[in-house]
Design a protein around this ligand. Sequence first.
Ligand SMILES: Nc1ncnc2c1ncn2[C@@H]1O[C@H](COP(=O)(O)OP(=O)(O)O)[C@@H](O)[C@H]1O
Ligand SMILES: [Mg+2]
Length: 229
Amino acid sequence: MTTPALPTDRGRTITVTGIDGAGKSTLANRLHQALNEAGHTTILVGKRSTDVPMDAGLSAYVDRLNDLVYRRDARVARACGDHYWLLALASWYTLQHQLVIQPALAAGTHVLLDNAHHKILARYAVNPGVSTRLAEQVFAHLPEPDLVIFLQISAAEALARKGSFTSLETGHSGAADEDFIHYQDAVLAQLRTYEQAGGWLSLDVTDMDRDHVFKTAATALAERLHLHL
Ligand SMILES: Nc1ncnc2c1ncn2[C@@H]1O[C@H](COP(=O)(O)OP(=O)(O)O)[C@@H](O)[C@H]1O
Ligand SMILES: [Mg+2]
C-alpha cells in the first residue's frame, strides 16, 4: 500500500537572483553538487537543462523550446521584439514548472533554479515599452521559491568579473561599458524593491570570494530549510 506524500516530504525550491555577472550560476552549480553529496537529492534547472525524467518525447520538446528561446542570434532577438520575448520566457518558465519542477518537488527532490524569473521582471520594469503589469501577470502563476538568494554587487564590479557582455545585457542600449553599467544598475535597483517585499536572503557579494558566498548560502540553507551540507 502506498500513502500519498505528506507536504513535509516535498522538495524545496531554492533560487538565485542578481544582475548579470553577480555569480548566480557559480553558486547554483556549487550548491547543486554539495546538496547531492550531502544526500539531498537535488536537480539543477537552468537555461541549458532539457531533461524531463524518463520521458524522451517531452525532453525533446523542451530542447526545442530552449533552442527557440535561448539559442537564437542577435538579429532574430532584435526582430522579434520585447513583447514576444516576455511571452517566450514566460513559456519557458511555465514549461519547466509544469514538466520538471512540480513533479520533482512532489517526489521529494529539491530544485535549484538558475535563475528565478525575478530578473526578467526587473528588466521589464525598467523597460518603458512593455507594461510592468503585463510582465507581472505572465509570471503570477509561478509559486514563490522557498528560498531566494539575492547576490548583490554593483554593475561595475559585475562587469569586472565578466569581462564582456552581450547586447541583451545592456538592454540593447549600446555597446559601451557605461551602457552595461547604467542598465544593470537600474535592474539592480528594481531587484532591491522586490527584496524588501519577499523575505529574500540578501548577500552583498562585492568582497566575497566563491567559497565565502557558498558557505554563507550553505548556512542559510541549514537555518531556513534545515538542509545541512
Ligand atoms: N565570488 C566571486 N568572486 C569573484 N568572481 C566570481 C565570483 N563568483 C563568480 N565569479 C566569476 O564571475 C563571472 C560571472 O559569474 P556567473 O556565475 O556566470 O554569474 P551570473 O550567472 O550571475 O551571470 C564568472 O567568470 C565567475 O567565474
Ligand atoms: Mg548565469
